[in-house]
Design a protein around this ligand. Structure first.
Ligand code: SAH
Length: 212
């Protein structure tokens, strides 16, 4: 494989320092993962020069890769230590899945659009992520055969928290999800003794969760 041009590495270092650390992300493991994963490989070729900008970018089929800070924030909220089985809803480009794969033991990710599911699955395999599995399905239903999960992250906005996802949380597990339609809020739920603890984090803008 050709050596990565140095300026992508430098752009990534700047992204982490100026967009992510500067806004208060502290988890060393999250910062390391954001430094390591080559975000430009997850965007269309023509957009690679903008891959480390402080914004979401289009990835085709009307979908977007989230802003780097939002990826870092959502990941930090999961408090991953390296032993977890994680479920992601909304694979999109596969970038968030790659970040999770750096930080958890196993990652299962569901994408509803076949084109994106195929592309991200191929890319993640090419990049050597053996601990990620992509499935094309409606993520509203979760992945019951593999439940329970230690963490669930949803990267499309749901009108309400899908009940199957709550059921599929292990005791002590965390769910990070944007909730709402026109106005959306990023929420963190923690399952404790069967009860859900809820925290509202910040207002966000995500593409809507669709149903098959
Ligand atoms: N995590 C992605 C962000 C993708 S944007 C990344 O890092 O690039 C949200 C994605 O959710 C889109 O690809 C969209 O097709 C997908 N999506 C929407 N509704 C869904 C559903 N019900 N189940 C699974 N994926 C869904």
């Amino acid at each position: 494989m050709a050596k990565e041009p140095l300026d992508f590495q430098r752009l990534r270092q700047r992204m982490v320092k100026e967009q992510i650390e500067a806004r208060g992300i502290k988890d060393r493991r999250v910062l390391e993962a954001m430094l390591k994963v080559e975000r430009h490989k997850f965007v269309p070729l023509s957009l690679q020069p903008f891959a480390y900008q402080d914004s979401p970018l289009p990835i085709g089929e009307g979908q977007t890769i989230s802003q780097p800070y939002i990826v870092a924030l959502m990941t930090e909220l999961l408090e991953l230590k390296g032993t977890e089985k994680v479920l992601e809803i909304g694979t999109g480009s596969g970038y968030q899945a790659a970040i999770l794969a750096e930080l958890a033991k196993e990652v299962y990710t569901i994408e509803i659009l076949p084109g994106l599911a195929k592309r991200s699955s191929q890319l993640l395999a090419e990049l050597g992520y053996l601990n990620v599995k992509v499935k094309c399905a409606d993520g509203y239903l979760g992945w019951p055969e593999l439940a329970p999960f230690d963490a669930i992250i949803v990267t499309c906005a749901a009108k309400e928290v899908p009940p199957p996802l709550i059921e599929q949380l292990a005791e002590g597990a965390r769910l990070v999800i944007p909730v709402g339609t026109d106005y959306q809020e990023l929420k963190l739920f923690i399952k404790r003794e069967g009860e859900l603890e809820e925290r509202t984090i910040i207002p966000v803008i995500f593409v809507p969760m669709r149903r098959k």
